[in-house]
Ligand binder design. Structure first.
Ligand code: ZN
Ligand code: ZN
Length: 99
């Protein structure tokens, strides 16, 4: 007997503008988390070092000096700017929500 099955699907949404990772892609969602993650890496999304923030390329934090996209730890490779965890947005919001 055939049974109708359904699986969870995964995609990312930009934490800033809410754009979905599948917006301009052949695949809007993936059946596993790893593929969804690979897709945003390939699309130059910015992922914070602790993986809590995912920003699309246009919302990715930029270097004040050279305007390059910052590393995921808040540093800039081009200017040798050191990592700056304080730059990672959303941290205050997350801790503020925790009761
Ligand atoms: Zn965005
Ligand atoms: Zn820079």
């Amino acid at each position: 007997m055939m049974a109708l099955k359904q699986a969870p699907y995964y995609w990312f949404e930009c934490d800033k503008c809410g754009v979905s990772s599948g917006e301009d892609s052949d695949y809007s969602a993936w059946s596993d988390h790893g593929h969804a993650h690979d897709q945003i890496v390939n699309d130059d999304w910015w992922i914070s070092a602790d993986e809590t923030n995912h920003y699309c390329w246009s919302c990715a934090p930029k270097c004040d000096e050279c305007k390059a996209t910052l590393d995921n730890d808040g540093g800039c490779e081009d200017c040798d700017k050191p990592a700056d965890p304080g730059l990672i947005p959303g941290q205050t919001a997350i801790s503020g929500d925790a009761q």
